[in-house]
Design a protein around this ligand. Structure first.
Ligand SMILES: [Zn+2]
Ligand SMILES: [Zn+2]
Length: 324
């Protein structure tokens, strides 16, 4: 599926199968999960996408062909292709273990073609082997919702009581890892979304309520996955002294002004950008041990526009996955 201009529906077009260069693999796509970031790209909320563009950055598939320099994988291996598609290895961020902030980073499904397609190419150095106990559709959401969710979770340090605002794809994965680590989950959803609140409780949340509510006890940290700036003052209010609020999304509506009192007493507010390959390695080590189970709704690739609409309207529980 091709995005020709922001705010336009995706179109299904026949394009020739891409050729892998020396360090790339050609992957026959088995499944590609749909992320809120895809919606931000399609809606024109992120600057300078590659155009025309094949969206999608949570890809699982099988290597059909490989470049001459490919060493980690062989033809027939199953791999996952994440959002971080390429980094320069030379800038100050790359050289200080912060490749997620690379000045010249390229991103799958944004500045590189992604996985809403039958085939995708990817640099092998940024692909991950997929644990055997996951089907392709179950594994696809791990590649962004899982990885970036995990990075957000790490940013909360040792927080015991953890708030999660927005209970979609990332939250449903993070909640499982957090519970495994002995944390207590407090889930915040859109007002009246009792289905999402039930879903959170079924995954072990000790409390679930509307975003405007204050939890029954002060939290040690909160992660905001919903793209709503107005949640930041609410989350700061919900955390105790010294607490942390992590914004896990790539885009948010403007943050309303709020009194300094909400930040005072060493509360921390930070964002999480992208992922590093180390995050991926750690997450794919822990995920099968939890074991993280993903709740997926599977759609044919041709339904991509419809799926994006459903995601926009909060009508997906767990993660949506496109299958060619
Ligand atoms: Zn760099
Ligand atoms: Zn994503």
């Amino acid at each position: 599926m091709l995005l020709e201009a922001p705010r336009q529906p995706l179109r299904f077009v026949d394009i020739s199968t891409p050729k892998p260069n020396a360090t790339q693999v050609l992957v026959k796509v088995s499944a590609c999960a749909v992320c809120r970031t895809d919606l931000h790209v399609v809606d024109g909320e992120l600057p300078n996408p590659k155009l025309p563009l094949v969206p999608g950055h949570e890809i699982v598939g099988v290597i059909a062909e490989k470049g001459k320099g490919v060493q980690r994988f062989k033809t027939g291996d199953r791999v996952g292709i994440p959002w971080l598609g390429w980094t320069c290895g030379e800038c100050e961020f790359c050289r200080s273990d912060r490749e997620n902030l690379c000045d010249r980073a390229r991103f799958t499904g944004y500045t590189l073609d992604g996985g809403y397609a039958e085939y995708a190419v990817a640099d092998e150095r940024f692909c991950f082997p997929i644990p055997k106990n996951y089907s392709a559709a179950e594994a696809a959401p791990l590649l962004c919702a899982g990885l970036i969710g995990y990075r957000s979770l790490v940013k909360t340090g040792k927080a015991k009581r953890l708030g999660i605002y927005g209970f979609g794809a990332a939250a449903h994965i993070v909640a499982q890892v957090a519970k495994f680590q002995g944390r207590e989950i407090f889930a915040f959803t859109r007002r009246g979304d009792s289905e999402a609140q039930q879903f959170a409780k079924s995954l072990g949340a000790v409390w679930a309520g509307n975003s405007e509510m204050q939890p029954p006890e002060k939290l040690d940290a909160a992660i905001i996955f919903a793209p709503v700036g107005g949640l930041i003052p609410l989350a700061l209010k919900a955390v105790a002294k010294g607490g942390t609020v992590v914004c896990g999304g790539i885009h948010m509506s403007d943050i309303p002004s709020f009194p300094y009192d909400l930040l005072w007493q060493e509360r921390t507010l930070c964002s999480v950008a992208n992922l590093t390959r180390r995050d991926g390695g750690e997450f794919f080590e822990i995920a099968p041990r939890v074991p993280v189970r993903t709740t997926v709704e599977i759609f044919p690739l041709n339904d991509a526009n419809e799926v994006l609409n459903r995601l926009r309207n909060g009508q997906i529980h767990g993660a949506a996955v496109l299958v060619p």
